[in-house]
Design a protein around this ligand. Structure first.
Ligand code: CTP
Length: 400
């Protein structure tokens, strides 16, 4: 899949650096040609010898060694790749990148390069969540830098949260996606998927029957066509596809915040089954049975993510696609919904229990656009996703 592709791999510091060895091995298996660069901090965790032995190439470590070499200065090194990959990327290295600092080999290469850059961050959850890191990420995204991860989970430092380096397999998929020459390469697309969970108390929540299958299929189809996909998913029952940036969320409010944070994008596909309401003042303690009678829940309307994005005055994606889950008058309801929300297309489907669509493998949709309603035959959810992704590619390419 990556035969002949040249990857400049910058290995930053941190305990996750050991995973870069597995990454090199997997890239080798796919036929990629790796030029490794080890930062000073990275060399505290993996040895130059193991990196060069696995990569089958010399490791570059020092800016000043390079300038002495007649045939391979740092400018040339930075440009002799199809993709620059930083894995793991520390908060410090990302801060340097965001601010254009160039005081060592890695940061100098990153400032001098004119090839696309993919960053796989790894750090403690507090460092990841720190406003300074988040500011740097926003800046790097605006500069066109691509991200994979970080994942959520247990960390080497004993804490739990977002900040773990993505698994080598996911980084390889993200690399393949970057190097794919599909019709959507260079396009950034946000996909929402799955149900949302709206808390009642710390142990109870309100949910719906969405499995997340259709949203995952759409994200997979877009990534397969070369798009950079940000996959914002509620607690789905199906696995997230490989080769996309996964942002797990719980509630509608979390999902809206994640979507806004992921902008700008060329397109947004809103396949999530978002709860319309959340419980006002969810209890922070488990509700107990009481002699005073049953508890009563008061509901508050959730933000409408699709409508918010469709009606953005600044930074609206070129194409906004919503889904409509209806149980009757599918075309009429979905046509009205398209106008009410202000999106460009609505993919409408009948989710009456007898159709078996919600939670099932197949879907029968009607695509509603400004030119009318186009009913598609009943087919596998992946086939619906592939057809939709092809339409999206045609539309974005005609617009640009
Ligand atoms: N949607 C959203 N945010 C919400 C509710 C819905 O982004 N708070 C999106 C869904 O992801 C989907 C579309 O809006 O793309 C339509 O969702 P649906 O539940 O069918 O529509 P509602 O707005 O809830 O309309 P109604 O309940 O009147 O059918």
């Amino acid at each position: 899949m990556l035969a002949g592709k040249r990857i400049l791999l910058i290995i930053g510091g941190g305990i996750a650096a050991y995973k870069s060895l597995e990454l090199i091995r997997r890239l080798q298996d796919q036929g990629a040609q790796i030029t490794p660069v080890l930062t000073r901090a990275g060399a505290e965790f993996v040895t130059p010898l193991s990196v060069s032995a696995l990569a089958g190439a010399a490791v570059h470590q020092d800016l000043f060694d390079l300038t002495n070499e007649a045939d391979m200065g740092h400018i040339q090194l930075s440009r002799s790749a199809d993709l620059v990959v930083v894995a793991p990327a520390t908060a410090d290295l990302m801060a340097k990148m965001a601010n254009g600092l160039a005081n060592d080999l890695a940061s100098t290469l990153l400032l001098a390069t004119d090839t696309p850059v993919l960053v796989a961050p790894a750090m403690n959850v507090r460092m990841w969540e720190h406003p300074a890191t988040q500011r740097n990420i926003t800046q790097l995204r605006a500069d066109g830098v691509h991200f994979v991860g970080p994942d959520k989970g247990n960390m080497a430092c004993g804490e739990f949260g977002r900040g773990r380096l993505s698994e080598p397999e996911a980084i390889v998929s993200a690399i393949a996606e970057q190097l794919a020459d599909g019709p959507l390469s260079g396009k950034r697309i946000i996909v929402t998927s799955g149900p949302t969970h709206e808390p009642i108390d710390p142990v109870r929540y309100i949910a719906n029957r969405s499995s997340g299958a259709q949203g995952a299929a759409v994200a997979r189809a877009l990534a397969a066509r070369g798009a950079q996909v940000v996959f914002i998913t509620g607690p789905a029952t199906v696995a997230s596809p490989a080769g996309v940036e996964v942002v797990p969320v719980e509630s509608a409010r979390d999902m809206q915040a994640a979507v806004i944070a992921a902008l700008p994008a060329d397109a947004g596909v809103f396949a999530a089954a978002v709860a319309d309401w959340h419980v006002a003042e969810a209890s922070d303690r488990k509700l107990k049975k009481s002699k005073d009678g049953l508890p009563s829940l008061t509901f508050v309307e959730n933000p409408d993510i699709l409508r918010t994005v469709s009606q953005l005055e600044e930074g609206r994606p070129d194409l906004v696609v919503g889904f409509a889950a209806e149980t009757n008058d599918v075309v009429d309801n979905a046509t009205a919904k398209r106008l009410r929300k202000g999106c460009d297309w609505i993919v409408a489907n009948d989710v009456s229990p007898e159709t078996g669509i919600m939670g099932g493998a197949e879907n029968a949709v009607v695509l509603i656009t400004d030119t009318g309603a186009d009913p598609w035959p009943r087919m596998d959810k992946q086939a619906v996703a592939d057809r939709l992704a092809d339409r999206i590619a045609d539309t974005l390419n005609n617009k640009s």
